[in-house]
Design a protein around this ligand. Structure first.
Ligand SMILES: Cc1cc2nc3c(=O)[nH]c(=O)nc-3n(C[C@H](O)[C@H](O)[C@H](O)COP(=O)(O)OP(=O)(O)OC[C@H]3O[C@@H](n4cnc5c(N)ncnc54)[C@H](O)[C@@H]3O)c2cc1C
Length: 381
């Protein structure tokens, strides 16, 4: 079959893809099994990625970024997701940086973005709490103004990059009387911060190289300059504005994982033999592969269109929600079929398709559950 290439690729991006792919093969893949065993990625990998210019590729050069757009970021998502590298949480890192870029004061941008681009600071998004997941207005972690500081008390759960993060995009309640307009975002540097504690790194079904963690805040004091944009009560508005970006990163990771799983399965069925022939020669195998290849191509075409819209500044909330729910549902179905074609080996963690299957399940849950995506779409009808 003719090799497929996204409509948004150009010569510049092809060169970037080669460099990123080399980086992933040499700096990530050899460490992946160890990352899964230790449940976190090495901090040094973040610094190497920063030095190579692969962090915040879509942030302007004046703030330390690569000066590109989302297509540049997409190359990194694709090259990691296709190989099943799921512990390196560059998605939340980039998303946290985008909140600073889009809503931060000039001083805040200059303070945090260059250090996030170099990998000196590792970002996390800390929204979810034990009592507030889909319903973010239930957030109770509070920040109370005390002179030139905010005093933070509360806890967060399921935080990607939670254990290694050194800068948190922390959603807090600054006004108890208004569920929606009482939320604000604080950018919190966690190094040597009294009262801040990382709890358990959570034991998960998949994404085992990811340090998804609990975070605790006990009378944590941060300067008032940590308030994103400098104005209280803007948290919900800021969150809503940036969600299409976050949802597209999830859909993109999903379609790239589908592409990786299908390619791996095509390779596998040509080698594995049963009843005196390659299993790829059975009609069932050929039809299943035709089906998953078709679904993957349809998903890719939609995601590519969304990428072009995001770059043009026209990706709306509903379209991003459609991409998030549909692609991640398809991701799970496609990888399940690929796993089935691997037989018992597909159930073994040493096989890529097995790890991809376990990793795929959460894609339907985080970033707003797929049910919440349908809620958003239906409200606009
Ligand atoms: C591995 C992992 C990584 C994560 N990373 C992060 C992170 O970095 N930062 C962060 O802040 N959070 C993170 N999360 C949290 C994630 O975003 C939440 O788990 C998710 O938003 C769902 O919230 P919940 O778990 O409280 O489920 P609930 O909100 O309790 O939902 C339970 C079920 O009810 C359904 N439901 C809820 N409300 C409605 C409704 N109105 N209509 C229909 N159905 C509904 C849901 O769809 C779901 O099926 C992560 C979670 C996981 C598992």
């Amino acid at each position: 079959m003719k090799p497929f290439e996204s409509t948004w690729m150009d010569d510049d991006l092809r060169m970037l893809r080669e460099a990123v792919s080399r980086f992933v093969e040499t700096e990530m893949l050899p460490h992946e099994a160890r990352w899964r065993a230790q449940h976190r990625v090495d901090r040094e990998t973040w610094q190497s990625a920063g030095q190579a210019g692969f962090l915040l590729m879509d942030v302007p050069v004046e703030y330390g970024g690569g000066g590109g757009d989302f297509r540049h970021e997409a190359v990194l998502y694709e090259e990691t997701a296709r190989r099943g590298i799921s512990g390196f949480g560059q998605g939340v890192h980039s998303i946290a940086a985008h909140y600073v870029l889009n809503y931060g004061t000039e001083q805040q941008k200059r303070r945090w973005l260059p250090r996030m681009a170099s990998g000196e600071l590792i970002g996390a998004i800390a929204m979810t709490e034990p009592g507030a997941g889909s319903d973010l207005k239930g957030i109770r972690t509070k920040a109370v103004r005390d002179g030139d500081h905010y005093v933070i008390n509360g806890s967060k759960i399921f935080i990607t990059n939670g254990a290694i993060a050194t800068i948190l995009m922390l959603v807090v309640r600054t006004d108890a009387s208004d569920r929606s307009r009482g939320l604000s975002i604080l950018m919190v540097e966690t190094g040597d911060l009294p009262g801040y504690r990382v709890g358990r790194v959570l034991d998960k079904m998949g994404l085992t190289a990811q340090d998804t963690a609990e975070l605790f805040f006990e009378d944590v004091r941060v300067p008032v300059g940590s308030l994103l944009g400098g104005e209280e009560g803007k948290g919900m508005h800021q969150l809503m504005g940036d969600l299409p970006y976050e949802r597209l990163t999830i859909a993109l990771g999903g379609v790239a994982a589908m592409e990786g799983a299908v390619a791996e399965t095509v390779r596998y069925v040509k080698e594995r033999k049963a009843f005196g022939q390659a299993i790829g020669e059975f009609q069932n195998t050929r039809f299943k592969l035709a089906e998953v290849t078709t679904v993957t191509r349809v998903a890719r075409t939609f995601v590519d269109r969304c990428i072009e819209q995001l770059v043009a500044g026209t990706l709306d909330t509903e379209t991003a929600a459609m991409a998030k729910w549909w692609v991640t549902d398809m991701q799970q179905q496609v990888i399940d079929e690929c796993l089935q074609l691997h037989g018992g080996y597909g159930y073994m963690n040493e096989y890529l398709v097995c790890r991809m299957f376990a990793d795929s399940r959460v894609q339907r849950i985080y970033g707003g559950t797929n049910e919440i995506m349908k809620e958003l779409i239906s409200r606009a009808l």
